[in-house]
Write a protein that binds this ligand. Structure first.
Ligand code: GDP
Ligand code: MN
Length: 354
């Protein structure tokens, strides 16, 4: 389970890790006139790269505030529209550092990975450049010294040791499999503040955390853009079937626009959400839907498709293959809408070629 930034930061605070002050989660109904300026407002979408996509805005003037907020609420980032924004005090940044804790599966330890140049270009560094250490419950002081050396911040050794210790306990306490702070901001005043946070919790540990209540990620979180100029979009359930669908579309001579696994528990909402993602691909002329009704019932899917078509009247032509539970009921529903149902993917793609 991947958390949104504001959710992850709440867990940081509970572990006594410093986040920017004046933190406020905003929805469209929030009275924003009380926000103190300047402020940084950040789109709460489940993907990174918001800085590069216009999803982070520093606002200095009161008269800009409501327009910028409005802009952020309507800006899709990798297809995600935020339900919330996070407003925080603007940091006076001296340096942006990178720090990550993750599970090292080869030796069952928690590994620390760091880089002295954090921020939005972190992907440009090759993996050999990063500082890596397996953590153990003791020895944080020594690690603080090492890290201070690595970051060239000799007078921050104690703070860094303390921070790593808190991050380590935060990972354990929350059954996190990943905790990334990027940027870890060194302010001009010499503080270390978590400017951004990405956290993934272990779904298998849910039973230990009855209090876990995080924003449900839409099914299209398993959406991968393959080619923004693709002409055929795909919707399938199960990663294997979704991959096979993409392959079959390519083999039939088309350019698949995307991979999408809507998962086992597809509902009307998740299917409509899938169409929302696809509708951003302007060159798509056909959508191939390939669903196996195992946990999900075919007629539920059919009903959702019908509702999605009402919501998106301009939808490209649909090529639907449903198989499994309640397929006949699905066929009846789709027939009323003049939507043919194909028995297999081959028949679907044959029709697509004509
Ligand atoms: P991401 O692009 O989704 O990882 O979003 P981040 O929250 O990491 O923000 C991206 C970049 O925006 C950071 O690396 C900073 O350079 C900049 N940024 C974010 N918050 C602040 C802030 O409070 N003050 C300043 N000066 N820059 C900020
Ligand atoms: Mn970031």
């Amino acid at each position: 389970m991947k958390l949104l930034e504001y959710e992850a930061k709440q867990l940081l605070v509970a572990s006594d890790i410093t986040i920017p002050s004046n933190s406020l989660v905003i929805d469209t109904a929030t009275d924003t006139t009380t926000i103190s300026l300047p402020t940084v407002i950040k789109s709460q979408v489940p993907v990174g790269g918001r800085g590069k996509s216009g999803g982070i805005k520093i606002i200095q003037k009161r008269e800009e505030l409501s327009d910028k907020i409005q802009e952020l609420f309507t800006l899709a980032i990798q297809g995600f529209i935020p339900r919330y924004l996070l407003s925080e005090a603007v940091l006076d940044i001296d340096r942006e550092l990178y720090i990550l804790l993750t599970i090292n599966r080869s030796d069952e330890s928690i590994e620390l990975i760091a880089h002295p140049q954090g921020g939005i270009e972190i992907e440009s560094h090759s993996s050999e450049e990063f500082f890596k250490r397996d953590l153990s419950p003791v020895g944080f002081d020594a690690l603080g010294d090492e890290l201070a050396d690595y970051y060239s911040l000799p007078d921050r050794a104690f703070l860094l040791g303390e921070l790593v210790e808190k991050l380590y306990h935060c990972v354990i306490k929350n059954d996190a499999t990943l905790l990334e702070i990027n940027p870890l901001v060194l302010t001009k005043q010499g503080e270390l503040i978590a400017g951004d946070c990405k956290m993934i919790l272990d779904d298998a540990a849910h039973f230990r955390h009855p209090d876990w209540q995080f924003e449900e990620m839409p099914a299209s979180a398993n959406f991968v853009t393959l080619d923004s100029h693709g002409t055929v979009a795909t919707i399938a359930n199960g990663a294997g079937l979704a991959m096979a669908t993409v392959d079959a579309v390519a083999k039939a001579g088309h350019i698949p626009a995307n991979f999408l696994d809507i998962g086992g528990g597809a509902t009307t909402a998740t299917i409509i959400d899938s169409f929302t993602r696809i509708s951003e691909f302007t060159q798509v002329t056909a959508i191939v839907i390939n669903i196996f009704g195992g946990i999900v019932q075919c007629d539920t899917v059919a009903q959702a498709i019908i509702e999605a078509r009402k919501k998106f009247p301009q939808l490209p032509r649909l090529y639907i293959r449903l198989s499994g539970n309640r397929k006949d009921e699905a066929a009846t529903l789709l027939a009323i809408e003049n939507l043919p149902l194909y028995d297999n993917l081959e028949a679907c793609l044959k029709e697509l070629a004509t």
